[in-house]
Ligand binder design. Structure first.
Ligand code: AP5
Length: 186
């Protein structure tokens, strides 16, 4: 099975849910920039203090900050002997995608597949309102969707051009979607 993966898709599409399941099943490093940033916020670190207000507004945290987090995790894994990884919520714009390509060149690694999770806005909004995270109120959710369309959605063409994109219908049960993803990673 492919072992170096990106999960792309709008907020609420189920990236985190599926990424965590797959990483556990396949023994991959699961790197969610959202989870890592929330851990920094909870710990009250300077990085967390810088990120907190930006996340609450549903905007993107600075590229430099996020890139530093991803670089340190991937370098650590490579130094410990390498292995598969699954990046969830990163990259979020073309600048981050270019920086990731550069970092992977340095590490002698390659993205093997980009899983694009697709779902209607109405279902996304319903899921996120039911979850109720700090950034899950309707106004912020709509802004996160707008940020996704403007800054992240261009990555669909970016990875399609590189022959890496695999779209997945993200409706249905967690198990059914997980099975679809496993099939396409074959
Ligand atoms: P991040 O944590 O990445 O949030 P997001 O992209 O908005 O994604 P979500 O976690 O909301 O959705 P998801 O697709 O992972 O779905 P999930 O599995 O959780 O980012 C948060 C913030 O951090 C950003 O706004 C930004 O400020 C900052 N940030 C993060 N990365 C960054 C980066 N690279 N650069 C700059 N800033 C960055 O599921 C959602 C809900 O639906 C859950 O309750 C789940 O239980 C439920 N659910 C999942 N699957 C199903 C299903 N099949 N049926 C029913 N319910 C389901």
């Amino acid at each position: 099975m492919k072992q170096r993966l990106l999960f792309l898709g709008p907020p609420g599409a189920g990236k985190g849910t599926q990424a965590q399941r797959l990483a556990e099943q396949q023994g991959l490093l699961h790197l969610s920039t959202g989870d890592l940033l929330r851990a920094e916020v909870a710990a009250g670190t300077p990085l967390g203090q810088e990120a907190e207000a930006v996340m609450a507004r549903g905007e993107l945290v600075s590229d430099a900050l996020v890139l530093a987090i991803v670089r340190s995790r991937l370098e650590q894994q490579a130094a410990a002997g390498g292995g598969g990884w699954l990046l969830d919520g990163f990259p979020r714009n073309v600048t981050q995608a270019d920086a990731l390509a550069h970092l992977l060149d340095e590490l002698g690694q390659q993205i093997e597949q980009v899983v694009l999770m697709e779902l209607d806005d109405a279902v996304l909004i319903e899921r996120l309102l039911a979850r109720g995270r700090a950034d899950d109120n309707e106004q912020v959710i709509r802004h996160r969707l707008e940020v996704y369309r403007q800054q992240t959605a261009p990555l669909i063409a970016y990875y399609q051009d590189r022959g890496l994109l695999a779209p997945v219908e993200a409706s249905g049960t967690v198990e059914a979607i997980g099975q679809r993803i496993l099939t396409l990673l074959g």
